[in-house]
Design a protein around this ligand. Structure first.
Ligand code: AMP
Length: 411
């Protein structure tokens, strides 16, 4: 199937071509025709599957087909909700790319930055708003946003939004939207909470499933390096320098750990920055831009800060520490091996983390190949000790529940 077969307007085909996309991805093949038929959608798709285009392109197409709206005053016609600022920024960037040859405008709304540029953009008028729930509610309560013409609501990474405690915020937003709208829900997992949300808010949705691209994706080569905790940094520097890695996203469990590791890598001569919830939004945006452009080699991130980060052809992901929540492993390694590119996900695992490793392998239903690198073999006399969770994460392998810290990150 080609994009032409999907019946998209030439203005959209032009931007698709410019992006270098040759064929629609499986989620795009399924979602685009259903959305064009005005169906509500419940789609099980993770980041990396091409899901952003799968909802943005048909919405733009429907805008283009609806000539009447096109001529009228610019109203917000589509609202896209995302769990994190980074994802909101990336989705809006994609929307802008796909809409490049149309007259439609978009803007992004999230917390942690000044509200005034957002007010200016809204006053000027936009067709599509991408927002995190917290800041959107601020705009709603100060009446700086008019959502009364929204025909399309997209809940992107809905499971993450629920995990982060946004369920009531989402419901509040839905309550003020026109009931005649089309609702598209995208979620990597299909939990009971997602089912409840979809039963309540979706109208006979078309179910769309595409193969998981992450854990089961053979183009992400996974490996576990067994190493003592105190030698992890040395091994990491060895891997980066000997492998001549140019771009590597590294995960730590805590914000403090991210800062410390980033500083240590710098002192090893490897350019690096850390991103996490204690960094200002501007600092996060700058680090991400430096990382994407190749100005720095390493980005050290916590799970929440890294959610939804979309870097084309990211070759390496390293788990400096394994996550205590197994699902986070799947999300972390899903940052690489995207849209058909090869990727490598390496986990540095010390004796304390063996239980986490067992749980992750249970979740992904496969054994990750193990490596004992010469010169870095663990000292067998070191015994496992309980892991300090850094104070802000849940009990081992229990799913996260809403917490103030998580919630603030979504604002
Ligand atoms: P997403 O799942 O929306 O985060 O998209 C993941 C990546 O796939 C992004 O870098 C997109 O630019 C890319 N992408 C989206 N659609 C296609 C396509 N049809 N062909 C190739 N790459 C695509």
């Amino acid at each position: 199937m080609t994009f032409n077969d999907l019946g998209l307007n030439k203005q959209l085909l032009k931007s698709i071509k410019e992006q270098g996309y040759e064929n629609p991805t499986p989620i795009q093949e399924k979602a685009i025709p259903a959305i064009l038929k005005h169906k509500d959608i419940l789609a099980g798709a993770q980041t990396g599957t091409g899901k952003t285009a799968s909802f943005t392109l048909p919405i733009l197409e429907l805008f283009l087909r609806s000539k009447e709206q096109h001529k009228s005053k610019r109203h917000i016609k589509a609202l896209i909700l995302t769990p994190t600022r980074e994802l909101a920024a990336q989705v809006e960037e994609s929307v802008r790319l796909y809409a490049k040859y149309t007259d439609y405008k978009s803007t992004v709304i999230f917390g942690g930055v000044k509200i005034s540029p957002q007010l200016t953009a809204l006053r000027k008028g936009v067709d599509i708003v991408v927002a995190t729930p917290g800041r959107l509610l601020d705009h709603i309560s100060q009446k700086s946003i008019d959502l009364s013409h929204v025909n399309y609501l997209i809940l992107d990474e809905a499971d993450r939004m629920l995990d982060m405690g946004f369920v009531n915020d989402i419901k509040k937003v839905m309550a003020i939207l026109p009931t005649s709208r089309q609702t598209l829900l995208f979620s990597a997992t299909y939990s009971n909470e997602i089912k409840r949300l979809s039963n309540k808010f979706l109208n006979s949705p078309t179910l769309i499933e595409v193969a998981r691209t992450n854990a089961s994706n053979e183009i992400v080569k996974q490996a576990v390096y067994h190493v003592d905790k105190i030698r992890k940094r040395e091994l990491l520097t060895h891997l980066i320098t000997h492998g001549k890695w140019k771009q590597v996203l590294i995960f730590t469990r805590t914000k403090h750990g991210a800062n410390r590791l980033s500083g240590q890598l710098e002192s090893d001569g490897i350019t690096s920055a850390a991103i996490h919830g204690n960094k200002s939004q501007n600092a996060r945006t700058k680090s991400l831009a430096d990382f994407k452009s190749g100005k720095i080699t390493v980005l050290v991130a916590t799970d929440i800060a890294a959610r939804g980060i979309d870097i084309d052809q990211l070759p390496h992901v390293v788990n400096f520490e394994l996550p205590n929540v197994s699902e986070d492993y799947v999300h972390r390694i899903g940052r690489t091996g995207r849209a058909g590119n090869r990727g490598e996900a390496i986990s540095l695992v010390c004796v304390d983390e063996n239980e986490f490793l067992t749980n992750i392998e249970k979740l992904i239903k496969k054994d990750i190949p193990k490596v004992w690198l010469k010169g870095f073999k663990p000292d067998p006399s070191i015994k496992a000790e309980p892991i300090n969770m850094g104070g802000n994460r849940g009990a081992r392998n229990k799913p996260r529940r809403s917490g103030n810290r998580n919630r603030r990150e979504g604002r």
